[in-house]
Write a new protein. Sequence first.
Length: 110
Amino acid sequence: MKAGQLRHRVEILRRVKEKDKSGATVMVWRPLCKVWADVRHVSGSETMRHDVLTASVRASVRIRWRTGVSADMRVKTGNGVYVIRAAIPDLRRREFLDLICESLPDESGH
């Protein structure tokens, strides 16, 4: 994989347990790593939910091969936060990992 194909800087987020100010355990999104990626917006849709128009964008995010990235994580880009729906590895050459993602329009990711 050529470096020029990976022109977007993204952050992979994972959910971790932390203690809040009162000492209670809460789940929060924290950075796992920052990587270069090729982000492609595949499709989008708009739906009405409870009289509110909601937009959703599906994206494919290709990163260099790495282990430890899974469908229970998120991708943060300059344009928003995406939930990873599937992580599809390049099993033949182990060059890349394709992340099939969907936008989270109303969340900051943290």
